[in-house]
Design a protein around this ligand. Structure first.
Ligand code: SF4
Length: 490
């Protein structure tokens, strides 16, 4: 169905839910935040918001749409005064896309006002919410982040920092939060550090951001990543680092390196672009094939394809061109329409495909709908052979940590083995990077099964936290089978 809703996405990718940004101690805090959110637009395109504090009162502006459209409107930034601000850009995974769910969420406590912006997802939010509602809490939104606000409201802590800490001790899941109070901006990462959060400086001002590309846009200096389980309080007294949680091994999301983060960002000391190239090189070592040309599925497959081409010595060519002006198609994401979306977005560069044996490199396969259409397009352009190489292991499980993932049943790799997927997508061969190969590309010897160095649950099902809400609902097992076996049996 064609719809007039411009905020629906049509591509077959996992989507990062949110980006967050915060400033303390700069006279243009809100404007810097709008710029920071613009750099984080890839982490959420449905809505954005900023809350700032001018020393007397809070100001807030939130809307549905892209950052530039929301904050570029006349007169919007004029009233967003003050030396501190936080902002949020959103792609919803919990709570529908309604203005009441757009963050930062604001609350007035007896001790003063507070706003929160959250990247991640709480895995026990529904369970906590039920208990809070039974005790009389009135929720204004359907967002999981509001649970933190209500836990703060019902806390007996003296200061807002105490209340925030007490609330965070009760939640499970992934969160990188920025929060603004009347005298401070606070950044905090969950005890496993699943989602990113970095600290920077611009003159005397402190900056918090989901990614370093958001520091670059305002010319801020990168100081460091927040540690897993660290809370930093930025106030007139300077920076205070608190470690309110028991120590855990870090489980940073490995998919940030594969796809979510911008390639010009540096995460946990590793350049995202370099990581993607190393993954491509590893993929070439693991599953090389004779071919004439390495072609990325643009844009996200480009760095891995470059790494693959460099390692294999096979020429890299832009055999597929992406149209960058279809970011917001007015299209409902049904399966049939997703096929149309691919044609809108990509076109074959026939001169570099015709009569060639092509290695197509993409970052991941989710439902497989995009891959199928891309392969069809490459074959129609005259490719002699099409070999697909994927810079991630098969995505077999849903993410519950702030990434928009379909139910397991919809994930192609949860239902078919590699041979089955190759047949469905229509390629001559298909290979995914192995888990150990992915870890090697990240500088490890391999995956340490007893204590994995990253969160990789969407590939392994090894979730690093409890999934309390999910368990309460009772998750159905997904039947896994081979398409080829099924065909042979019939
Ligand atoms: Fe990242 Fe996958 Fe873990 Fe989600 S499940 S946090 S996408 S690695």
């Amino acid at each position: 169905m064609i719809t007039t809703n411009p905020f629906l996405s049509d591509d077959d990718k996992l989507h990062e839910e949110c980006g967050v940004f915060g400033v303390f101690g700069h006279p243009d805090a809100a404007s810097l935040t709008a710029l920071g959110l613009h750099a984080l637009q890839h982490r959420g395109q449905e809505a954005a918001g900023i809350v700032c504090y001018d020393g007397k009162q809070f100001h807030s502006h939130k809307d549905l749409g892209h950052v530039g459209d929301i904050f570029g409107k006349p007169n919007v930034m004029e009233r967003m005064q003050g030396h501190s601000a936080i902002g949020h850009t959103r792609y919803s995974t919990t709570g529908e896309t309604a203005l009441r769910n757009v963050q930062p969420l604001f609350a007035d406590f007896a001790s003063g006002g507070c706003a929160i912006a959250h990247n991640g997802n709480l895995t026990n939010a529904m369970t906590l919410r039920k208990a809070l509602v039974q005790r009389g809490s009135l929720f204004q939104s359907t967002s999981d982040t509001e649970t933190i606000v209500h836990l703060m409201a019902t806390s007996t802590g003296h200061s807002v920092i105490d209340r925030l800490t007490s609330a965070l001790h009760q939640v499970e899941g992934a969160y990188s939060l920025v929060s603004i109070f009347d005298d401070a901006v606070v950044g905090v990462r969950d005890p496993l550090g699943v989602r990113p959060l970095v600290l920077g400086k611009l003159g005397d001002a402190y900056i918090l951001a989901s990614e370093t590309c958001a520091l670059d846009i305002i010319g801020a200096e990168f100081i460091r990543d927040l540690e897993a389980g660290e809370m930093v309080v930025l106030s007139p007294e300077g920076l205070r680092s608190i470690k309110p949680f028991a120590r855990h091994e870090r489980r940073f999301c490995i998919f940030e390196y594969i796809y979510f983060a911008r390639p010009d960002s540096v995460m946990e000391g590793t350049s995202v672009y370099d990581a993607r190239k190393r993954i491509g090189a590893e993929l070439s070592r693991e599953s090389g094939v004779d071919a004439d040309v390495v072609v990325p599925v643009p844009d996200s497959g480009v760095p891995a394809a470059l790494g693959y081409a460099e390692e294999s010595g096979i020429a890299f060519q832009f055999g597929i061109i992406r149209n960058h002006y279809v970011g917001r198609t007015f299209i409902e994401p049904t399966d049939q329409i997703r096929h149309l979306g691919v044609k809108l977005k990509h076109n074959a560069n026939r001169a570099y495909l015709e009569g060639r044996r092509v290695i197509l490199v993409d970052d991941s396969i989710v439902r497989g709908t995009t891959s199928t259409k891309i392969v069809e397009m490459v074959r129609s352009a005259g490719a002699k052979e099409v070999h697909m190489r994927i810079a991630a292991p098969p995505t077999t499980h849903s993410c519950f940590y702030g990434v928009d993932t379909p139910e397991r049943e919809e994930l192609l790799a949860s239902r078919y083995d590699v041979a089955g997927m190759a047949k469905l997508i229509g390629v001559d061969s298909l290979a995914f990077i192995s888990m150990d190969g992915l870890y090697r590309a990240m500088g490890e010897k391999g995956r340490d099964a007893s204590s994995p160095q990253f969160c990789d649950a969407c590939f392994t099902g090894d979730y690093p936290t409890r999934l309390t809400d999910r368990s309460a609902r009772g998750e159905k097992p997904v039947q896994q089978y081979s398409l080829l076996e099924e065909q042979e049996a019939s």
